[in-house]
Write a protein that binds this ligand. Structure first.
Ligand code: TEU
Length: 545
């Protein structure tokens, strides 16, 4: 197979550097900490790591507010530390993906400091500036994703600047060719250093609509901030309508041309849009687009066979020719075990749900992202109000509790601070997480960690699982299942997402169970018995399809 295509069907492990491992003993994770745990990551059986931003930053949005695209924040270590990390990862056969936040900078970036200094300076047009309305109010009704107006007034220029997130994350003006060139050069800098690719933050937000037209009024009942309950006034906000501007495609082609100069590198774009799958098609089909993209579809999904089947069908209908990247969790959403388990059942059901969720995810057609801690089945951490630091959560408390609960430190041991650090960490280590520590789970062959590891190693050697086509199965409402079919192999995957045993008869051609570790599925005379939250992987005669 073509090794430049390594990313097709790969499993990408997302590392949130503040919370992975603290090697320097200041309560915050760092790059040497990551390097010290790369053996663990490689043993998991993943193909790549994606590291959330580690660039110099005032950390108002914990690194998604960059002041220097070519450096390492001293909090995370030195530039040399990054080179060591890269070398060690490559030595272990792991690809390294870094997170490029090209759409906006920190307001402390020297570009913005210059841009805001006057209306006539070399960078005056590098950000999105607009005059107030005659009555002094913002240029239009656009809203920030993190609450409030998307515009902040700057008294020196007597103009507003645009920000889709925090007011300290001013939006770059991609209509200005100098901005695009500078950002491509920044990407080239890391490619020259040897990184294997980029996760592109808000890859559909680069350009803004030059007309600056008001967004249409919200229809009644139309909610545009799905994570925020309707009772909160911010749930009624509408963000930039049609945020994905057509000019974006041109930039993505330029970026792809750059990537093509470095064979074997890849891009995975984050797409947040009213019509995400159409956008995925537009952004990933063709040689001059991104390699792959992910949407938020599974973040909002309910834990039911019907809902998940709908999502896959929907994907196949709208975007079946695209190569997707799926994720159940990341550093922005509630951990999947908590989304999919009722709180009072967490203790008992959490590990079962975690296992079936992970093997389900890793059986999908596409590439997969696992977020640190997902391999442990961590539930959302309970972070008391006093310890909250996410500005998004603080703005909307208590309806929306923000993103801190999915960003707490990794529990490596059950000891104090979970073996993550030697002092009070930046976010507390959840007590329940310490019971689910890496140390404990390694000692238990049936743990979420051991099963995840076992499954990922098995998956690697099954061509159908890595890049076979996916044919949705037609099971009873409660069961979810599909066939993965490659040139020389077919595997049927069936999942019981309910808390009751289910039976189903398998189609002709179904042979025996080919992956079992961690599950109690039972197959006899073509009749499959799946106890609660169990999965089965069954060999199917390729000729019978
Ligand atoms: O997220 C972009 C994004 O679209 C989400 O924040 C989304 O709007 C939100 O979760 C909806 O509930 C990226 C990063 O992943 C996030 O951590 C950053 O805060 C954001 O960009 C700004 O850079």
């Amino acid at each position: 197979s073509d090794s430049t295509q390594w990313w097709r069907g790969s499993v990408i492990y997302q590392i949130y550097p503040r919370s992975f491992m603290d090697a320097r003993g200041d309560g915050i994770g760092d790059l040497p900490g990551i390097t010290s745990k790369l053996d663990y990551v490689a043993e998991l059986g993943v193909d790549a790591i994606w590291i959330s931003p580690f660039f110099p930053s005032p950390m108002k949005d914990f690194g998604y507010d960059v002041t220097d695209y070519r450096g390492v924040d001293p909090m995370f270590g030195s530039f040399h530390d990054f080179q060591m990390l890269l070398e060690r990862a490559h030595g272990l056969g792991l690809k390294v993906i870094i997170d490029l936040v090209l759409s906006h900078t920190s307001d402390q970036h020297h570009w913005f400091i210059q841009s805001r200094s006057s209306r006539e300076n070399q960078k005056s047009d590098w950000y999105v500036w607009a005059d107030p309305k005659p009555d002094g109010t913002p240029p239009n009704n656009w809203l920030s994703f993190f609450s409030g107006s998307a515009w902040t007034f700057d008294s020196r220029r007597r103009q507003y600047y645009l920000h889709n997130f925090l007011s300290c994350q001013p939006d770059l003006n991609f209509h200005n060719p100098a901005v695009r060139k500078e950002q491509l050069d920044n990407a080239r800098f890391w490619l020259d250093l040897g990184v294997d690719g980029f996760r592109l933050d808000t890859s559909n937000f680069y350009f803004h609509s030059l007309a600056l037209q008001d967004n249409p009024a919200l229809g009644s009942g139309e909610l545009k901030t799905p994570s925020v309950p309707a009772s909160n006034p911010y749930s009624m906000q509408r963000h930039q309508f049609d945020i994905s501007q057509p000019e974006n495609l041109g930039f993505l082609s330029e970026l792809r041309a750059l990537m093509d100069e470095y064979p074997g590198t890849m891009t995975v774009g984050e797409i947040s849009d009213d019509r995400p799958l159409e956008r995925m098609v537009e952004y990933t089909i063709g040689e001059d687009r991104l390699h792959m993209a992910y949407t938020f579809d599974l973040f909002d999904a309910e834990f039911s066979a019907q809902r998940l089947r709908d999502i896959i069908e929907h994907f196949q209908y709208y975007a079946g020719d695209a190569w997707p990247c799926w994720a159940l969790s990341n550093h922005d959403v509630m951990r999947v075990v908590s989304r999919w388990t009722q709180h009072e059942n967490l203790e008992q059901q959490g590990p079962l749900v975690a296992k079936v969720a992970t093997v389900m995810l890793c059986s999908l057609y596409g590439s997969l992202c696992l977020y640190q801690g997902e391999e442990l089945g961590l539930p959302e951490a309970d972070v008391p109000y006093e310890r909250l630091v996410d500005p998004y959560g603080l703005a909307l408390w208590p309806d929306y509790k923000g993103r801190d609960g999915c960003r707490t430190p990794m529990p490596w041991t059950s000891g104090e601070y979970g073996g993550f650090t030697s002092m009070e960490p930046w976010l507390p280590v959840d007590g329940h997480h310490r019971q689910l520590s890496v140390e404990r789970q390694l000692a238990d062959a049936d743990s979420t960690l051991r099963v995840t590891r076992e499954f990922l190693h098995w998956r690697k050697s099954q061509s159908a699982m890595v890049d076979g086509t996916l044919i949705l199965g037609d099971f009873d409402d409660d069961l979810l299942g599909w066939l993965r079919v490659s040139r020389d192999q077919a595997i049927l995957a069936v999942f019981n997402l309910t808390h009751e045993t289910r039976h189903t008869s398998l189609p002709d051609g179904a042979g025996e169970i080919v992956y079992q570790a961690g599950f109690t599925a039972h197959l006899e005379n073509g009749e499959l018995t799946l106890p609660a939250f169990q999965a089965a992987f069954v060999h199917v005669d390729r000729a019978s399809i």
